[in-house]
Design a protein around this ligand. Structure first.
Ligand code: GDP
Ligand code: GDP
Length: 469
């Protein structure tokens, strides 16, 4: 049976608006016969490929180039198969090295293909050495091709993965260019490598100061600010560069308080806001310090709902308490202090599963704290994208298991290995053998340790368990 590749839920970028020459370029490399052309063909499907004829050494070499579509990802892909068509053993790439270097220089990423059925050959090691020397700084992802028959249970898959890992380019992806098996894993691995943008959503009830904060962050009066609730009815999206990264910032209308009354366009924008929230990378929930000062509880029901929903959907969450300027002065000292203390505590109470959600105190009106707010948002995004290598995780696992005391030794589960299967948000799988399973307490302990030891506080981290027979 051929596992079907299912594209992941939509991304915020309209690809039809991106110029083709702005697409990132990926080059497929590897010794002859590993399946480079097969993978190239699968990636471009029936779309047309350009063929460059490049005479070198009095022989014509072909490089094929096409636009790859993989789920929601689009990139330019180059097939280097023609470059080593005549390479004899041991001298792979040698005759065309100069040209390959040229092509490599135009690429953002190398897919380094190996053959999972034959295992690593000397020539693969040659290619690896060549890449290390000639492509430093270009990201390389090792792809184990022809993996359609590799079996997770007989250990042949694990053996291939171990071998591929030894090439020194990090965690590999196993797939089959011929059957399409593993293409969703390839998508998952490529996505963070090719996409360097962050989608940040500012959300909160009307009048807490989202638009003002957005303006403060952008330092420009692009968004209309006004005192009436619901003035910024439709979501507004701005794109800007921040520390070398593209950020799409969406300012959503305060949607929760109006869900029941509104019909028509307003209702549409509510649905839109919700959708924006769910596909955000980081949700920044804005609260009003003055209101908190007056109320006994920091978070209104609507805000609790947003915060919980963001975390349950696996988004990064940053809480921004705005209008701190209104609590300035001697007469407000007590209120000021209680707001500073109460908000983090209450967040922790309503979202007990994630510790250390960042809370930033700002005055959007005065532009104070906006840099700290962006810093926290970027930090959260980076943690949310983190990838930990299997080797590192297993070294960690050995230490952490010895730290945990199981009351009943006989009930202690055997964790064979531990691996990160996904980023954004980080998701891990513990492979357990024997009759004991990880209890909820064990999972909580592992999650907590993982967060402490790898500095993943404040973001939703998931640990799943799989049982080995
Ligand atoms: P290249 O020289 O690296 O471009 O390799 P090709 O794409 O020409 O493939 C070499 C051989 O491997 C061909 O006979 C393909 O049919 C075969 N092949 C490619 N991908 C797969 C795969 O995923 N599984 C299997 N079983 N064979 C494959
Ligand atoms: P939104 O509905 O959440 O987008 O809120 P707006 O940005 O439109 O702000 C609502 C009102 O709060 C406006 O009158 C702003 O001037 C005011 N406001 C926003 N930020 C601050 C702040 O940091 N301090 C004070 N004192 N007022 C603010």
């Amino acid at each position: 049976k051929e596992p079907k590749f299912e594209p992941k839920a939509g991304v915020p970028i309209d690809f039809t608006k991106i110029e083709i020459n702005k697409l990132p370029t990926v080059i497929i490399m590897g010794r002859p016969n590993v399946g480079k052309s097969a993978l190239f063909n699968r990636l471009i499907r029936r779309r047309e490929a350009l063929v460059y004829n490049t005479p070198t050494d009095h022989v014509t070499r072909d490089i094929r180039e096409g636009v790859a579509k993989l789920g929601d990802l689009r990139f330019r892909v180059l097939d280097s198969a023609g470059l080593e068509a005549e390479a004899s053993s041991g001298s792979v790439l040698s005759r065309t090295a100069g040209m390959t270097r040229n092509v490599l220089g135009r690429s953002q990423l190398v897919l380094f293909l190996i053959d999972g059925r034959e295992g690593l050959q000397d020539m693969d090691l040659d290619v690896g050495r060549w890449l290390r020397k000639n492509a430093p700084g270009i990201k390389t992802l090792v792809v184990i091709n022809k993996a359609e028959k590799l079996d997770a249970f007989s250990g042949s898959l694990a053996a291939s993965v171990g071998e591929a890992y030894s090439l020194g380019f990090g965690d590999p992806v196993a797939l089959s260019a011929e059957t399409g098996f593993g293409m969703s894993e390839l998508h998952e691995a490529l996505k963070p490598l090719l996409e360097d943008y962050m989608l940040q959503v500012l959300t909160g009830r009307p009048n807490v100061g989202k638009s003002t904060l957005l303006n403060a962050i952008l330092q420009e009066d692009r968004v209309l600010v006004g005192p009436e609730a619901g003035l910024t009815r439709d979501s507004i999206r701005v794109k800007f560069e921040y520390e070398g990264r593209t950020v799409y910032l969406v300012d959503t209308a305060g949607w929760l308080e109006r869900t029941n009354q509104e019909k028509g366009p307003a209702k549409l924008s509510i649905v839109q806001s919700r959708k924006n929230l769910m596909r955000a990378h980081v949700v920044a929930l804005v609260l009003d310090a003055e209101e908190i000062g007056k109320a006994r509880r920091s978070l209104k029901h609507a805000e609790v709902v947003i915060a919980r929903q963001a975390v349950e959907e696996g988004r990064g969450l940053v809480v921004i308490v705005n209008k701190m300027d209104l609590l300035r002065g001697r007469e407000n000292k007590k209120t000021y202090e209680s707001v500073i203390n109460a908000v983090p505590e209450e967040i922790q109470t309503v979202i007990p599963q994630v510790t250390g959600i960042p809370v930033v105190f700002v005055s959007a009106l005065e532009g104070k704290g906006r840099i700290a707010a962006m810093r926290q948002i970027v930090d959260t995004y980076e943690k949310w994208c983190s990838r930990l290598s299997t080797a590192r995780l297993n070294r960690w696992l050995r230490k952490v298991v010895s730290r945990h005391s199981w009351k009943d030794q006989a009930a202690q589960p055997k964790i064979k290995y531990f691996t990160q299967v996904k980023a954004r948000p980080p998701t891990f799988v513990a492979f357990v053998s024997g009759k004991n399973r990880l209890s909820d307490t064990d999972i909580r302990f592992l999650t907590k340790s993982l967060k402490e030891d790898f500095d993943l506080g404040g973001i939703p981290v998931r640990i799943l368990q799989r049982c080995l027979l």
